[in-house]
Write a protein that binds this ligand. Structure first.
Ligand SMILES: [Fe+2]
Length: 186
């Protein structure tokens, strides 16, 4: 990881217990790491990560805007309840999965109760079925501002959560297929 690619906001997320890390799949896009990876220096459980979120949530959200994705890797978060309690400290507003097309199972929370943080499975399709890039709930009037993924058990082999920056897709389309953009704008 080239630390020269890190801005002040990213560097502010480091402390004695937390550092900027890397994953093999990480890319450098327009001079910024994608995703920005945050790891514990030693070990941290969900209570410690929750405290970290309470102290740093504004800069975590800022980093999400700057880097497109912030990945918290290697923390001891053993189930959806623990993850929900961390996200509850993010300052993000929770919302129900309403109007979406995916089949999901509720893992944490109460069906229809928006005041309870909810954690749902991302998709119940068999692993053989690839899920193409898409925006979450883009077909609804009130899509989410942020999406928070949690992986409880890594796939024995393969497995991935492909992400792409929509602003880069838009810029690429604008440069290479401006007529197409014009057409869908009309
Ligand atoms: Fe989706």
């Amino acid at each position: 990881m080239n630390r020269a690619e890190l801005c002040e906001v990213a560097l502010s997320l480091e402390n004695n217990n937390v550092k900027i890390g890397e994953i093999p799949e990480m890319q450098s896009i327009l001079g910024r790491p994608f995703p920005l990876v945050i790891e514990p220096v030693d070990k941290m459980n969900f209570v410690q990560l929750q405290e970290y979120f309470i102290r740093n949530n504004k800069n975590i959200i800022k980093a999400a805007s700057i880097y497109g994705t912030v990945m918290f890797k290697g923390f001891e978060i053993i189930n959806g309840e623990e993850w929900a309690s961390v996200i509850y400290s993010s300052g993000l507003k929770e919302m129900n999965y309403v109007g979406g097309a995916a089949v999901r199972k509720l893992i944490v929370g109460t069906e229809g109760k928006i005041e309870n943080p909810q954690v749902l499975t991302t998709n119940e399709s068999p692993p053989s079925e690839p899920i193409p890039f898409h925006h979450e709930l883009a077909q609804t009037p009130d899509p989410p501002s942020h999406i928070c993924f949690y992986c409880s058990v890594n796939a024995a082999e393969g497995g991935s959560t492909p992400l792409i920056r929509s602003d880069f897709v838009y810029n690429w389309l604008m440069e290479n297929h401006p007529d197409f953009i014009k057409k869908i704008e009309e």
